[in-house]
Design a protein around this ligand. Structure first.
Ligand code: HPA
Ligand code: ZN
Length: 315
């Protein structure tokens, strides 16, 4: 990666902590927790990182998260991510975590939260990285379950800046979560949601109008709807775009076809993020580098993208 790119101060606004679980740490935690794995070694696991769509990735991502059991595991996961951030001049992070992935396996909510929170605090003090944590609901589960998760979170209200919506998109439109998002907003939490990654522009409209989101996670399919494009430009609604993720999950065939710079030039407030860096081939820095290499991103464009990420912070 060019040094000027690495040196740019950046914020990361679309990162799933469970998706930063590198194969080496996954194997180390499996050993520590005495969990048998279906892969013989790190190379065999890496070889399984070939996906045709979002669902194929999610199946492996949820299987990987099974090694996370103790507060220390969640600390180690988060701390490893923050060290990567430090090395790439990511100065602010607003990561997601998926409580249901863990509580549904019998891991108490507070075990997950305490480990993440302690690492974020240490990251602030020892690495100078500021943060705001986002609790994400799994959209393939019913809204009732999201309500239960929000209830579990409320004793720790101050640990969060907002709620998000992730997991399988197609067939799970934002409108299914209108009530739980209203409840979260009534508690003073910001709302964001994955929309327009695999799902149609209609899902982005719903996320804006029904969930009243402040940022769109992915949102790359907005380009199919001119009226929607005008709205996100007029209202300067940030998009947290994840280029390497989009290639790995076949949202675009090649990086050369990615629309992020076209959106940037049209005045959309796009940002660069890594989504699930352990699975998709890199962190924020590698995502910027890919845009430079395959789309001819200029230094001026990189500076605008980095500035957008700082401007789009919620914390
Ligand atoms: N999309 C939806 N859900 C997710 C993703 C994603 O890219 N990563 C982790 N959960
Ligand atoms: Zn995501």
């Amino acid at each position: 990666m060019p040094e000027w790119l690495n040196a740019l101060p950046k914020a990361e606004l679309h990162l799933h902590l469970e998706g930063s679980l590198e194969p080496e740490l996954l194997f180390a935690l499996a050993e520590r927790n005495q969990i048998a794995l279906p892969w013989s070694d790190v190379e065999a696991l890496r070889a399984a990182y070939a996906f045709n769509n979002l669902q194929e990735f999610l199946d492996l991502y949820y299987a990987g998260a099974n090694v996370l059991r103790t507060e220390q595991d969640f600390y180690d996961l988060t701390w490893a991510y923050l060290q990567r951030c430090k090395a790439q001049n990511v100065i602010h992070v607003e990561p997601f975590f998926d409580p249901q992935t863990h509580t549904d396996r019998g891991i108490p909510f507070e075990v997950v939260l305490r480990g993440i929170q302690q690492a974020l605090r240490d990251g602030e003090q020892q690495l100078g990285i500021s943060h705001g944590l986002i609790l994400s609901f799994l959209r393939h589960l019913p809204e009732d379950e999201a309500f239960k998760t929000l209830e579990q979170a409320m004793p720790f209200r101050d640990a969060f800046i907002g709620v998000g919506l992730d997991s399988s998109e197609k067939g799970f439109p934002p409108r299914l979560f209108e009530r739980v998002f209203a409840k979260a907003r009534s508690e003073g939490l910001h709302a964001v949601a994955h929309a327009g990654e695999e799902g149609p522009p209609e899902y982005i409209w719903e996320a804006l109008d029904l969930l009243k989101i402040k940022r769109i996670d992915h949102g790359v399919r907005a380009i199919e709807d001119e009226r929607l494009m005008q709205r996100i430009i007029d209202e300067q609604i940030p998009l947290t775009v994840c280029p390497l993720s989009n290639i790995k999950l076949c949202v675009f065939e090649h990086m050369g076809q990615h629309n992020i710079l076209e959106m940037l030039e049209r005045g959309v407030k796009v940002t660069v993020n890594s989504d699930d860096p352990a699975y998709f081939g890199g962190y924020v820095g590698e995502n910027f580098a890919a845009l430079h290499e395959h789309l001819g991103m200029t230094e001026a464009q990189a500076r605008r993208l980095a500035q957008n990420s700082l401007d789009a912070r919620l914390a």
